[in-house]
Design a protein around this ligand. Structure first.
Ligand code: ADP
Length: 186
């Protein structure tokens, strides 16, 4: 039987538990999973390409190994379908988060089917608890000193923490503090 090669493309800046959940599902469908890391300089990624690739290898490695699936994590900066043909993908895997993703993905798939009709496009949904997670918000929460442990693995959280010097969590605004001090005066 020919090998089923799935290509899961994205920016992964950084990978989240949403991506992890999609990878866990994808490994049940393919013999070889290629994670394509879009260089995406226009999006000004927080993590370098090398960091994004390393984090994906570290976290996705055990998931693919457990299912006996081969894993490659490769950067790309060409048209997705050219990259898909280059790696011999039989399927493109995308995650769907919300209805808002659908419109864009629908158009993309329509175009991709014209460019490479032999490659199938598959959409996977993450478990409900992970559907709302997105890399941009995780970065924002971390930058503001919030708890991101529900959104990423401890390994990714460590990398994020290293990007943002620790800030004390602000629970009260200066105005609230001043009012409280005023009240407590004898
Ligand atoms: P992109 O720049 O392609 O949107 P992302 O790294 O944000 O790159 O996402 C890569 C893929 O993973 C996309 O198909 C996206 O829909 C999917 N994805 C990201 N987060 C989630 C999530 N929480 N649930 C399901 N799919 C997700």
């Amino acid at each position: 039987m020919p090998k089923r090669v799935g290509l899961y493309p994205g920016t992964f800046d950084p990978m989240t538990n949403g991506h992890m959940d999609i990878i866990k599902r994808a490994v049940k469908l393919v013999d070889h999973l290629v994670i394509g890391v879009a260089i995406n300089e226009a999006k000004k990624p927080l993590f370098t390409l090398e960091e994004r690739v390393e984090m994906l290898r570290h976290e996705a490695g055990p998931l693919t190994k457990a299912e006996g699936v081969d894993l490659s994590v490769e950067p790309f900066d060409t048209l997705l379908m050219y990259f898909a043909e280059k790696v011999g993908a039989t399927t493109i895997i995308r995650g769907l988060r919300a209805v808002s993703d659908f419109e864009y993905e629908f158009q993309m798939v329509g175009m991709n089917m014209k460019l490479a009709p032999e490659i199938e496009n598959v959409f996977l949904m993450a478990d409900a608890q992970y559907q709302a997670i997105n890399s941009r918000l995780v970065k924002e929460i971390c930058a503001l000193g919030g708890d991101i442990s529900h959104f990423t693995t401890p390994y990714i959280a460590q990398h994020l923490a290293a990007k943002f010097p620790r800030k004390p969590t602000v629970t009260k605004t200066p105005k609230v503090v001043a009012l409280a001090q005023e009240k407590s005066k004898p």
